[in-house]
Design a protein around this ligand. Structure first.
Ligand code: ZN
Length: 219
């Protein structure tokens, strides 16, 4: 079983890459947020504990998140998995190393999708969507612009911006990302598991870079 971690700033297209890889390689997408929500829905002591933590806005203990992750990976019959929301810091990265020793993970790939600040900012703040058909455009990126500014190509409705897609929200999210992930990038670089991907290119070209690495390293 192969493990994949994607590190990327907001609006870098992590979700798109994740679903492309899951489709191509039949990888399973593992989100620690989903695992926690699943466990919280159960009427067990554990479920009750997680519900209480979540309701009070506190973080769930690392050890519990790790236990849920380990159980999930142990049960998985997939050829690989893509982790979402994990690891968030060095401690979690080290826990993941331990899990890898205990279950059959042959190799961990960390893809660092490196995108220029201005590029992700344009992708994030330029997003406009059609409230009627859901089509998404970007007013700053030529190939994603609608034919008529502000109007949906498909149904001619007026396009709208999501209220949180503004510059202030982006700057804040980017700051949090940079602060959290910089140590992880360093950690995995030292462990020689890190592959730097040029994220300034199109989703298709980003996917090609990742696939090329997975194909070469196929074991
Ligand atoms: Zn439309």
């Amino acid at each position: 079983m192969r493990g994949i971690i994607l590190i990327a700033p907001p609006a870098a297209g992590k979700g798109t890459q994740s679903s492309l890889l899951c489709k191509k390689y039949k990888f399973v997408h593992v989100s620690t947020g989903d695992l926690l929500r699943e466990a919280a829905a159960k009427d067990t002591e554990e479920g009750l504990y997680i519900r209480e933590k979540m309701n009070s806005g506190e973080l769930v203990d690392n050890s519990l998140t790790i236990k849920l992750l380990e159980n999930k990976l142990k049960r998985s019959k997939a050829s690989g998995f893509i982790l979402d929301g994990f690891p968030r810091d060095i401690d979690q990265a080290k826990s993941l190393d331990k899990i890898m020793e205990e279950i059959n993970i042959s190799r961990l790939y960390v893809f660092y999708i490196d995108v220029d600040f201005d590029v992700v900012k344009k992708r994030y703040t330029g997003r406009v969507a059609c409230p009627s058909c859901g089509e998404v455009y970007n007013k700053f990126i030529d190939e994603l612009k609608p034919k008529m500014p502000g109007i949906c190509d498909k149904c001619e409705c007026k396009l709208i911006t999501r209220s949180d897609d503004n510059e202030k929200t982006f700057n804040k999210r980017y700051e949090v990302y940079a602060e959290k992930t910089a140590p992880l990038v360093k950690f995995y670089n030292r462990e020689k598991m890190l592959y730097r991907i040029d994220g300034n290119l199109s989703a298709k070209e980003i996917n090609k870079q990742i696939v090329d690495i997975l194909e070469v390293q196929n074991d």
